[in-house]
Unconditional design. Structure first.
Length: 128
């Protein structure tokens, strides 16, 4: 399952960037082949269990590829495999697909680092 590996990679990247701090939210931009945002959200939630990313709010930005028909010039987002294969307007199969196929962890929001508490040094003197 391609989505599971993608979700695990997102959580791993956020965990590295958080450097031990709890992640409150993350923004991920996905470009490329059509994905179901619900599946990605659920996959990140599952992959984050037991990590500093668990419970974080996911802001997911999906940028589909674009398909342009060389026969009629029609251009539209490629939201399915069929749209990448044939023109939705004229049915032509001379389709050029453009766009970026990448996943980018654009930003994360983390909880403030915990302040180290200092305690007074224990006295070694006996009470008087």
């Amino acid at each position: 399952m391609h989505e599971l590996g993608l979700c695990e990679g997102i959580v791993a990247a956020a965990t590295r960037r958080a450097a031990g701090r709890q992640v409150r939210s993350l923004r991920v931009r996905l470009g490329g082949h059509p994905v179901d945002p619900g599946v990605i959200r659920q996959g990140v939630e599952v992959a984050a269990v037991g990590t500093v990313v668990e419970g974080a709010v996911l802001d997911l930005v999906v940028e589909p590829l674009a398909a342009r028909c060389r026969d009629c010039g029609h251009e539209a987002p490629a939201m399915s495999a069929a749209a990448m294969s044939a023109c939705g307007r004229c049915g032509g199969v001379d389709v050029e697909v453009t766009g970026s196929e990448q996943a980018v962890l654009e930003s994360i929001s983390v909880a403030p680092a915990r302040q180290a508490r200092t305690y007074p040094a224990a006295s070694t003197e006996a009470p008087a």
